[in-house]
Design a protein around this ligand. Structure first.
Ligand SMILES: [Zn+2]
Length: 119
């Protein structure tokens, strides 16, 4: 079991498997957040946080929620609003330990335009 956490530890996310790569996306929100995404399904993660510790941002068609810690502000994950077991849960891999994140290859996704990986 591996644990990701926000800076103040109020939000912790456990995963059984570490990602083998992460995705950096240049869409309007991801480029501002500077997140490095790794993708799981919702039933593959264990989100440990007091509900009061989390808040999300959503806009447009409101199908995705970008969650952050209300105490330290770290963006921890995004997930779809339907919250099915198989729904995507994207972990911001910058919440993993530094040595883990630093070792992961980064794929560049063109979310701003073509919606394709650029590598
Ligand atoms: Zn925090």
């Amino acid at each position: 079991m591996f644990k990701a956490s926000c800076h103040c530890n109020a939000v912790q996310i456990e995963v059984a498997e570490l990602p083998t790569k992460v995705t950096e996306c240049n869409c309007s929100i991801c480029r501002r957040y500077g997140a490095l995404w790794s993708y799981y399904s919702r039933d593959q993660v264990n989100l440990l946080a007091d509900p009061d510790a989390l808040s999300f941002y959503s806009w447009g068609d409101r199908t995705i929620e970008f969650w952050h810690c209300r105490h330290c502000g770290c963006l921890t994950h995004y997930e779809s609003t339907d919250k099915q077991a198989q729904s995507r849960f994207a972990l911001n891999s910058r919440m993993l330990p530094l040595d883990v994140t630093a070792a992961l290859p980064i794929r560049h996704f063109d979310g701003a335009d073509s919606w394709k990986y650029l590598d």
